[in-house]
Design a binder for this molecule. Structure first.
Ligand code: FAD
Length: 470
């Protein structure tokens, strides 16, 4: 058996060999990120109770050992896996899944951090309820809160921040104090909304152990169409028209480039081409309406009454088929080549102009990259992803130049370099350039207050004053 340090051996002895895994147990799946670099874990602790989470954090505080909280490890910025030093431990919440409480009258749930989105949806569906956050992966609720996940239905239901009513956290102090900020009231103005500090904190402020969420009424029916816009302006006209139409709720407005659809269809034989029999368009929109009764009829009427010129073509497709293709894009890209994934946003009104300029810039400087962009256009979000050929991976300097150029352009359009995936080693170095001095100072003060011994979160996180005030 490979040597482990005395403190790790002692923790394993105390919590058991199935709770504290060491390199000989095989830690690869906790070390490999969904996208980007992988690392080396000193150990993986997998507590199944809040008391055991506390025991691990108390131990880490005493020993000065850094912990990275990990949920389902679907994050796309590398923040859930250790770095290459072999000195960081993973605190996996995957076994913290007991004690879900669903209250159908309050339309709320208190969810253990390790529960997956699909497990929560299965549990609340019999009550006619849903969390209403649609992600092409199956993350944990704790990870969704830590990254403030958005997803495809944000245009109607909001991101995690808007659905969270409270959290329970274990703090990184000597006693690993548990703070119950669960609420779960919809209306509560008794001071600072402290629970919201942990939403989008990327595991830097505390370990989230439970999350209280507001659930939505599950729509009776949904209907989807692939729409070819008449022009960039047509995209915005259709978005406004669909939101104002009133026949049903606009619950998704996704933009997919031809390249993204080409890749999904080439790699995933289960997907059907919505444009079979004709040319695939340069841009297609997946438009979804939700409601009761004849939602497909409402969709057809909404499309038929769109402003002149907004739509060049529209095909109503069963939701399972259109979402199957949309969700096939990300995994297919990883098979097709080397992905440089960028998750940017701008005000909705700016998105098409940003996209045009970013595509022109990349085509000119990196002509061998396929620009397979797609994303949540209804919220101004775009996964501006490049796929390099398998035989020509981009080197680190190129990746840095690409990110720098695209993020700068997003900022010029009043946008963000991290729309919904959070901050991790993949994008952390751009944080100081994109966040103002006042916000950087406040962030550093909060992080240093909550985690005085610097034992939480990925070492690359840029929030501490030593990193954020270059
Ligand atoms: C195919 C695919 C499609 C995706 N689509 C979307 C999308 O549409 N929208 C979107 O927003 N994201 C999307 N994602 C990204 C990912 O699913 C989200 O970021 C998700 O919220 C991560 O949850 P997780 O449980 O996997 O967290 P992890 O990946 O395990 O962790 C992510 C971050 O949260 C921290 N963390 C995790 N759990 C806790 C906890 N309990 N307490 C404190 N910190 C914690 C980690 O330290 C890390 O910084 C997609 C990913 C894939 C692979």
């Amino acid at each position: 058996m490979a040597e482990v340090s005395a403190p790790i051996a002692e923790l394993r002895q105390r919590l058991g060999a199935s709770t504290v895994l060491v390199p000989d147990d095989g830690l690869e799946r906790y070390e490999r990120a969904a996208r980007g670099a992988s690392g080396v874990a000193a150990f993986v602790a997998r507590p199944s109770t809040v008391d055991d989470v506390r025991a691990v954090v108390r131990w880490a505080f005493a020993e000065g050992i850094r912990l990275i909280a990990q949920g389902a490890n679907t994050g796309l910025v590398g923040g859930s896996v250790p770095d290459a030093t072999g000195r960081v431990g993973v605190l996996s919440l995957e076994r913290l899944v007991g004690g879900l409480v669903v209250d159908p009258i309050d339309r709320t749930a208190i969810v253990p951090a390790g529960m997956t989105l699909s497990a929560l949806e299965a549990a609340v569906a019999p009550h006619g309820l849903t969390l209403a956050i649609d992600i092409g992966a199956d993350p944990s609720i704790g990870g969704m809160a830590a990254t403030n996940a958005g997803g495809s239905r944000m245009v109607a239901y909001g991101d995690v921040r808007r659905r969270v009513l409270g959290v329970e956290v274990v703090l990184a102090d000597a006693d690993a104090t548990v703070v119950d900020l669960l609420g779960p009231l919809r209306k509560d103005n008794t001071g600072l909304a402290l629970h919201q500090l942990f939403v989008g904190s990327d595991g830097s402020l505390g370990v989230i152990t439970r999350v209280a969420v507001e659930l939505a009424v599950r729509p009776e029916a949904t209907a989807t169409a692939w729409v070819v816009p008449g022009s960039d302006l047509g995209v915005l006209e259709l978005l406004a028209h669909a939101e104002h139409d009133g026949r049903a709720v606009l619950s998704a407005f996704e933009l997919c480039s031809r390249e993204a659809i080409d890749i999904a269809l080439a790699v995933d034989a289960d997907q059907a081409d919505p444009f079979a029999g004709g040319d695939r368009p340069e841009v297609a929109l997946l438009v979804e309406l939700s409601g009761a009764g004849d939602v497909e009829g409402a969709l057809v009427e909404m499309l038929a009454s769109a402003p002149d010129g907004a739509i060049a073509d529209a095909r109503v497709v069963p939701p399972a088929r259109s979402w199957g293709l949309r969700h096939a894009i990300s995994p297919a890209m990883a098979v097709a080549g080397w992905v440089v994934g960028m998750d940017v946003s701008t005000p909705r009104s700016q998105l098409l102009a940003f996209r045009r300029e970013a595509r022109a810039l990349v085509s000119e400087r990196w002509p061998d990259a396929t620009i397979a962009d797609f994303g949540h256009a209804g919220d101004g979000g775009l996964h501006f992803n490049l796929v390099f050929p398998r035989e020509r991976p981009p080197d680190a300097h190129e990746v840095e130049a690409i990110r720098g150029a695209v993020y700068r352009l997003a900022r010029e359009h009043r946008g963000s370099f991290s729309a919904e995936h959070g901050i991790g080693p993949t994008n952390a170095e751009w944080w100081p350039d994109h966040v103002g001095a006042g916000a950087r100072r406040l962030t550093a003060a909060i992080v240093e207050l909550f985690d005085p011994a610097a034992i939480l979160g990925h070492p690359a996180l840029p929030y501490r004053s030593s990193r954020s005030h270059p």
